[in-house]
Ligand binder design. Sequence first.
Ligand code: SAM
Length: 261
Amino acid sequence: MAQQDGPHRAKKSLGQNFLTDPNICRKIVDALLPAPGDYIIEIGPGQGALTEHLVETGARRLRVVEMDDGLAERLEERWPELDVVRADALKFPWADLNGTGPCKIIGNLPYNVGSKLIWDIVSRVETLERAVFMVQHEVALRLTAEPGTKAFGGLTAWVRNFCDTRYLFKVPPAVFRPRPKVDSAVVRFDPLPLADRPTDPDRLAGLIKLLFQQRRKQISTILKKRMTLEVEQWFRDEGVSPSARPENLTPTQFRTLSLIY
Ligand code: SAM
């Protein structure tokens, strides 16, 4: 198919807010600490604002996953060497990356799917070396929240069982076109050693969902029907009060409790 002519009309349904400030784009790409020889995957390259800088890093392999066919076509024409995957990143087989060696993942993520994508990627890609994602500012606060704070939620408990996270910087609406209504922020993800990650992610996900569906209640109330001697002992050993709320547990405590509840 021939390249479309004229400017691209941003699609709200695909969260298309394009970055227009090259300095910010470079800063985001630099946060990935790209090196020649890297395998880098970008989610939602759009009009190539980040891709342009990624191409210059000398990455051994650069793959982009874009759902908008028109934009994917333009990217293929501009950089014929680019590995453009036309796909919904939510359906991308992330675990397949485990067979292709270490990789780094980056993206200015569409707001409506950012949290879900991060949930999947950190838990499925065991060969992840580092990831850098731009998300809504509020989501960035959740991803980097400490236990005991209001921003600590199910996403925090899950992600931090797989990665350390770091809030890097805020990005104002003025540097996007069209402008989003809210601030954005960039977060870096550094995976934990494999030995420290959950051995039973499904049980962990189950516990996190159960507890955060009723986050205002005390943990002992939510787990009333599951209060075995072993679970009672766990509270004593961990020094956790049964009246604690879900956000008071540390990521590691979610993991150990998930194996016995
Ligand atoms: N990286 C570009 C930039 O910073 O200017 C575009 C970022 S824009 C916020 C999000 C991009 O993700 C858009 O290009 C959009 O078409 C694409 N996108 C939206 N949903 C997607 C999905 N489920 N899978 C893959 N790409 C998606």
